[in-house]
Design a protein around this ligand. Structure first.
Ligand SMILES: NC(=O)c1ccc[n+]([C@@H]2O[C@H](COP(=O)([O-])OP(=O)(O)OC[C@H]3O[C@@H](n4cnc5c(N)ncnc54)[C@H](OP(=O)(O)O)[C@@H]3O)[C@@H](O)[C@H]2O)c1
Length: 280
């Protein structure tokens, strides 16, 4: 049996970093990538091959996939993990920031998927794992841009699954609820107009939603029900190692409960949001 190889995006922290470590423990050949290779030097010391990869840069994507094929002759698994959460009421988020969100969370996985698929089809085997979120199933006020990117990722993955099944390739969605990573702090930076952009344009019309977002950001990764990134990584490695992975893995109890919100009638969900707004 050949040693299996995996390419993982966004390994500088959180779920990506844990996933790289768990694949190493299972003796996979791990290609751990990040925008800044200095952030993943310790993964290199643990046995991963490290490479620079910004998922918005097609030349990075092509270079890393070509390298894996040169060195391994094949690629068994792609984990599209890199992502961030652009929060804010729909009216207040400038369209360029919506574009940036989709560039990383949707077009990024699409670029990588297109780059690996010819090789997976030729070897008639492979697994593509897309890290989505519960907000890829249920969208809440203030999360529309981020949720929109994850809904798009979910729709594309569902289509992909049917398209590549005939070639022995699996397409899997991972849907975590809150996870103890830097994600929440980075979200907070986005909401409050931090370093990534000049900030969203507060119209003054949605202050209750900002209050809700502040509370949610505080709850997020460190709140009740948040799980360690190792749990999500275990689901990813499990899916990659399975001959028949599930279409979706909800990581953690909050994820499993929240996804049920999808089956609640729209009018009930909207009424619940209205109720929450009244108490803010
Ligand atoms: N934490 C949660 O509560 C939660 C819940 C549901 C889903 N998720 C999803 O889980 C995934 C991982 O997030 P996390 O929780 O582990 O958060 P994290 O610790 O903030 O990690 C996000 C990773 O994505 C990388 N990234 C961002 N933009 C990138 C780009 N253009 N190219 C390459 N890498 C980029 C970051 O790298 P830099 O260091 O270079 O910025 C970082 O390594 C995301 O897709 C997120 O949407 C997280």
């Amino acid at each position: 049996m050949h040693q299996k190889s995996v390419l993982i995006t966004g390994c500088s922290s959180g779920i990506g970093r844990e996933t790289a470590l768990q694949f190493l423990d299972e003796e996979w050949e791990v290609y751990a990538t990040a925008r800044n290779p200095a952030d993943i030097e310790t993964l290199g010391e643990r046995g991963a091959t490290i490479a620079t990869l910004d998922v918005t840069d097609q030349s990075d994507v092509d270079r890393v996939v070509d390298r894996i094929i040169d060195e391994q002759g094949r690629i068994d698994c792609l984990v599209n993990n890199a992502g961030y959460g652009q929060l804010g009421p729909i009216e207040d988020v400038p369209t360029e920031m919506v574009h940036d969100q989709f560039d990383v969370n949707v077009y990024g996985p699409h670029r990588l998927t297109r780059a690996v698929l010819p090789h997976m089809r030729a070897q008639e085997d492979g697994t593509i794992i897309n890290v989505s979120s519960v907000v890829g199933r249920v969208s809440f006020p203030g999360t529309g841009v981020y949720a929109g990117s994850k809904f798009a990722l979910e729709a594309m993955t569902d289509a992909l699954r049917g398209e590549v099944e005939a070639y022995g390739i699996d397409a899997v969605l991972i849907e975590p609820g809150p996870v103890e990573t830097q994600f929440t702090e980075r979200v907070d930076v986005e909401v409050n107009g931090g370093d990534k952009t000049d900030g969203i344009e507060r119209s003054g019309a949605y202050e209750t939603i900002y209050k809700l977002l502040d509370d949610t950001a505080a709850l997020g990764g460190s709140g009740p029900g948040a799980i360690p990134p190792a749990h999500v990584a275990a689901d990813i490695v499990n899916a990659a190692s399975s001959t028949k992975p599930r279409a979706r893995y909800q990581s953690g109890p909050v994820a499993r409960a929240t996804v049920l919100g999808r089956f609640v009638p729209d009018a009930w969900r909207d009424a619940l949001y209205g109720l929450v707004r009244k108490f803010l």
